[in-house]
Design a protein around this ligand. Structure first.
Ligand code: BDR
Ligand code: CA
Length: 313
């Protein structure tokens, strides 16, 4: 049974992802750590605590991590999509958690969990990669305790934060470069090219709302997020990016992957935060400043949507 740590910046799609992991009988959720990103660290942490209370998982420790990127100031938050509170204005619909935040930070909690686990742990970063870069920099001896990283981030054919960069990578490109390129932990990158294809429509959301209190509450958190995607894609529904990565962590192989060399652009300019995966024939691959990792490029779309719906029901 996979043992997971989720590193997150809730975020509407993070809320779906977190609840999917928290409610899955097929994984052991060992810890939740938070990071700045869609909204401030204070808000992402409050949201994570409350989402775990919603799922009845007060047993899982939650710790707060980085409030800003490693080197440069944060370019912008994701409030246009996720709302001022990160949950489309619905954060107060969630129950307050009675168990508080861990007295240690995210990096220390992850380190403790990795040390204590009898088997290697899968870490699922679904926000900026700052906490993960710090973990690997401060506890390099724990890298072998990580079974794999299943990361939501990057775009092979452009981005959403800028024309070149996907939001999670763009939020801390230096951290992303450390984790994706310079470290050597086995990694599956779940880029937005695939997560957009996994988008869910109004019918799927209606079915989720009808499954019970959890589904009803989650759909009540989607207002501004859904409006953002409807405007963006002229589509009545939304993209549940982070839940796609969590599905892979719960059910390894549900996403089809390709091994490709990837680079992260950190220079200031129009391509800052871009993930450059070289899909040319191997003999042309430019492996300078690149690492070959697994990149999720396909899945059985309806099967994946049903898997997520079942998990949240
Ligand atoms: C990623 O950016 C955030 O807004 C979402 O939560 C997701 O992690 C998608 O680009
Ligand atoms: Ca996220």
């Amino acid at each position: 049974m996979p043992r997971l740590i989720i590193d997150t910046d809730p975020g509407v799609d993070d809320a779906f992802a977190l609840c999917l992991a928290a409610r899955s009988p097929e994984v052991e959720l060992l810890a939740v750590t938070t990071v700045f990103g869609n909204v401030s660290l204070e808000s992402t942490t409050r949201n994570a605590l409350r989402l775990m209370a919603l799922c009845g998982r007060e047993d899982v420790p939650v710790a707060a991590g980085a409030a800003r990127p490693l080197v440069h100031p944060q370019a912008a938050e994701g409030k246009a999509a996720h709302g001022e509170d990160g949950l489309s204005g619905g954060a107060d619909l969630l129950p307050a958690r009675t168990r508080g935040l861990e007295p240690v930070g995210a990096v220390e909690l992850m380190a403790r969990v990795l040390r204590a686990s009898p088997t290697p742990v899968t870490i699922v970063p679904i926000g900026p990669l700052t906490n993960i870069a710090l973990l690997l920099a401060t506890h390099p001896e724990l890298a072998p305790r990580i079974e794999r990283l299943v990361i939501m981030g990057g775009g092979l054919a452009g981005g959403n934060a800028t024309s070149a960069a996907e939001f999670n990578i763009w939020s801390d490109p230096e951290a992303a470069r450390r984790v994706l390129v310079e470290e050597s932990v086995p990694t599956v990158l779940v880029p937005m090219d695939l997560t957009y294809r996994c988008r869910v429509d109004a019918d799927w959301l209606d079915r989720l709302a009808a499954t019970g209190p959890l589904g009803a509450t989650l759909t009540a958190l989607t207002g501004s997020y859904r409006a953002h995607y409807s405007a963006l894609m002229n589509f009545d529904g939304m993209v549940i990016h982070d839940a796609v990565a969590v599905a892979e962590a719960i059910s390894p192989g549900i996403l089809k992957t390709e091994r490709l060399p990837v680079r992260v652009e950190t220079a200031f300019g129009p391509a800052r935060g871009a993930t450059l995966a070289d899909r040319r024939l191997t003999q042309y691959n430019d492996t300078t400043e690149a690492r070959t990792i697994d990149i999720a490029t396909d899945t059985e779309l309806d099967g994946l949507r049903e898997f997520i719906l079942r998990g949240l029901s």
